[in-house]
Design a protein. Structure first.
Length: 488
């Protein structure tokens, strides 16, 4: 295929050249009706390119196959058999993938370190989750993706499971042995879904971890807006093999997706594919070189430790690591990742990616350069110089792995939609959660609807909020009270 083409962008340029006059949504009519104060901030180009996908970018019959051709080019660029664009982020894409594999009251193996969007899919579909435990690093209080042996054991115990879902890379950049997990699934004749939201860049450089399609996965969901050049909410899901029919996957996406997709987001996806097909290898040559330099410079700062393969990879840990996720342990400064991130934003206008009780991270991409790298290193160096201002740090009570693993006593859907009440957090011990309680980022729930709460997890969340943790999906975001299922 000719990857110099960009069907969406070319159709958008033609729309402008033809000076078409819309009597369709969007109602701002090429920005003419937009408030000048809004246009001053967003720019006129945003409104000019905000057109309908049909009866706009394409005719009402979609006879030019603009979107189809763009998706075919994306599939070819990464080596998938089918690719679908989503303008609702990977949160929608992963739900569509789940619904194409399992339905109400059917089992799906799911790594317990799944993103909250996966749990939302369980709630919506009434799928029965069979949780597969991550690999826990007790020294660093960090979960890595579940092992292939853990999935193989779960498949043996639950031969009626319809498929499996694993999250890799994690937001911390750690990766599972996908090829081995896919092999285990296919031995049982079931598909593997990979939530690879953080891996849009993986197909484009051999020194990056193996991406899902190359490892033999059946469906892969990726967020182009995270590690690529797409606009926010730009996501794609890829399909290969014969365990999931493409029309079924598309049907599930139609069920959940919007009927008013953003052409702006489509254009971002299309343009990114062309950029990667033509220049991806060279761009990530530079990005990986920059990341190596940044890691070395940050590691030289007293009190900071940059996690690498020696920390995160090996037996009982992850199989691989994305070096563009720079994870910095700040415990040597006597403070928390929350405090460091807040201080750096206030004093240096630098925003870090995710933070927890002992780490903050910086996400590097092909867009970074020596100037942005210098800003990051200087901000972290300055935070280390002023560590006394960040102490004493509130203590976060992090449970051991056994206490973190809550018992699932109700289906997530039944707990979420059932009768509920709000109780003080101290009285929630032993009760069944009716909500997700999710430190965000990274967005991995500490408690799910249908899980029986214990004192350790509740104390972890309460102490975490006091230290700077954000739990945005709780009915009470301060976690002073909890939504629980009403007991008969």
């Amino acid at each position: 295929m000719d990857h110099s083409q960009a069907p969406v962008l070319e159709a958008l340029a033609a729309y402008h050249e033809e000076r078409q006059t819309p009597f369709t949504p969007p109602g701002h009519k090429q920005g003419r009706g937009a408030d000048p104060r809004v246009r001053a901030v967003l720019g006129d180009a945003v409104f000019r390119s905000d057109v309908l996908a049909t009866s706009g970018l394409d005719d009402r019959r979609s006879s030019r196959r603009v979107l189809e051709r763009a998706q075919e080019l994306m599939a070819d660029a990464v080596g998938a058999e089918h690719t679908f664009f989503s303008t609702c982020g990977s949160s929608l894409s992963v739900k569509a993938a789940m619904l194409s594999v399992a339905g109400p009251h059917e089992k799906l193996l799911v790594g317990r370190d799944a993103h909250k969007s996966v749990v939302s899919g369980l709630v919506l579909a009434g799928i029965v989750p069979v949780w597969v435990d991550p690999q826990w690093d007790a020294e660093r209080h960090l979960a890595h993706p579940p092992s292939a042996d853990a999935f193989r054991a779960a498949l043996a115990e639950h031969p009626d499971a319809r498929g499996a879902l694993v999250t890799t890379p994690t937001p911390y950049g750690t990766c599972s042995d996908l090829a081995a997990i896919a092999e285990a699934c296919h031995e049982h004749g079931v598909p593997l879904i990979v939530d690879e939201a953080w891996g849009a860049h993986l197909p484009f450089h051999p020194e990056l971890p193996t991406w899902a399609m190359d490892a033999g996965a059946d469906v892969c969901v990726t967020s182009v807006h995270k590690m690529g050049s797409g606009l926010e909410q730009g996501s794609v899901f890829h399909l290969q093999g014969d365990l999931i029919r493409p029309e079924v996957l598309k049907n599930r996406e139609d069920l959940l997706g919007t009927t008013s997709p953003s052409v702006l987001i489509y254009a971002g996806l299309d343009g990114w594919r062309r950029q990667m097909a033509e220049h991806g290898r060279a761009l990530f040559d530079d990005a990986l070189t920059l990341a190596k330099d940044v890691r070395t410079r940050i590691a030289a700062v007293e009190g900071l430790h940059v996690h690498g393969r020696e920390d995160f990879c090996g037996p009982g840990r992850a199989a691989d690591l994305d070096p563009l996720q720079v994870i910095v342990d700040v415990t040597g400064l006597g403070t928390t990742g929350y405090a460091v991130a807040d201080w750096i934003r206030e004093h240096h206008r630098v925003n870090l990616h995710l933070s927890d009780h002992r780490r903050s991270s910086a996400q590097l991409t092909h867009a970074d350069n020596p100037e942005t790298a210098d800003a990051l290193v200087e901000a972290l160096t300055d935070a280390a110089r002023h560590a006394d201002r960040l102490r004493p740090a509130p203590r976060v009570e992090v449970p051991d792995p056994a206490a973190l693993r809550l018992e699932q006593v109700l289906l997530p859907r039944d707990a979420f939609f059932g009768r509920t009440e709000q109780v003080p957090w101290q009285k929630a011990v032993g009760r069944v959660s009716a909500e997700m309680l999710t430190p965000y980022p990274p967005g991995i729930p500490a408690a799910l609807p249908g899980e029986r709460l214990n004192a350790e997890v509740l104390e972890y969340l309460r102490s975490g909020v006091e230290a700077g943790m954000v739990v945005p999906d709780a009915a009470d975001t301060e976690v002073t009270s909890i939504r629980v299922s009403t007991e008969d």
